[in-house]
Design a protein around this ligand. Structure first.
Ligand code: HEM
Length: 143
């Protein structure tokens, strides 16, 4: 087995954990308005120090795993969906960074506008990541 595969799978697991935490942070927006700008600030900290380094590891390990001489079929679809998911995730990070700047200025309308942008980019991101994960798990299980 290529020793990079466990590293790639570790990055997949860390990334999923990170997405779960981010979802909890984002849904906390609905819990009232004691700290209306806190989710924007927390999500940006998670992106900067946790998610972006994990994404880099995920992409580099996946890219180095590619055997270009046999790349095709379902694995090619997985690589394309995975790359698309990572790019969409980077798009989410751009929105999160912009939103943090509005949160620092305590501009609630601009933060709300970025919340909507985040939902739009996530609508692209989630199907791509689920497709990548489903194909990856299918390949793992079917050997
Ligand atoms: C959403 C992000 C990703 C997820 C959830 C994911 C998931 C997985 C899983 C579960 C496996 C193990 C199954 C297998 O061996 O085929 C795997 C392997 C692999 N992944 Fe990813 N991956 C992601 C991103 C990427 C990216 C961006 C690339 C390439 C640029 C990539 C390339 C590969 C390769 C080449 C293998 C080994 C396939 C083999 O030789 O059997 N992955 N991935």
């Amino acid at each position: 087995m290529n020793p990079l595969l466990p590293l790639h799978l570790l990055a997949v697991g860390c990334w999923i954990g990170c997405l779960v935490v981010e979802t909890v942070v984002e849904t906390s927006r609905d819990y009232g308005d004691e700290q209306p700008f806190l989710p924007a600030k927390l999500h940006r900290t998670i992106d900067l120090y946790v998610e972006l380094p994990i994404l880099a590891l995920l992409f580099v390990s996946g890219f180095l795993l590619i055997d270009w001489s046999t790349l095709g079929g379902l694995l090619l679809v997985k690589v394309l969906c995975g790359t698309g998911a990572i790019l969409a995730n980077l798009g989410c990070a751009v929105v999160v960074f912009k939103r943090k700047r509005w949160a620092d200025l305590r501009d609630a309308d601009s933060v709300a506008a970025q919340n909507r942008n985040l939902q739009l980019v996530s609508a692209l991101f989630f199907p791509l990541s689920l497709a990548t994960l489903a194909i990856g798990i299918h390949r793992l299980v079917s050997g």
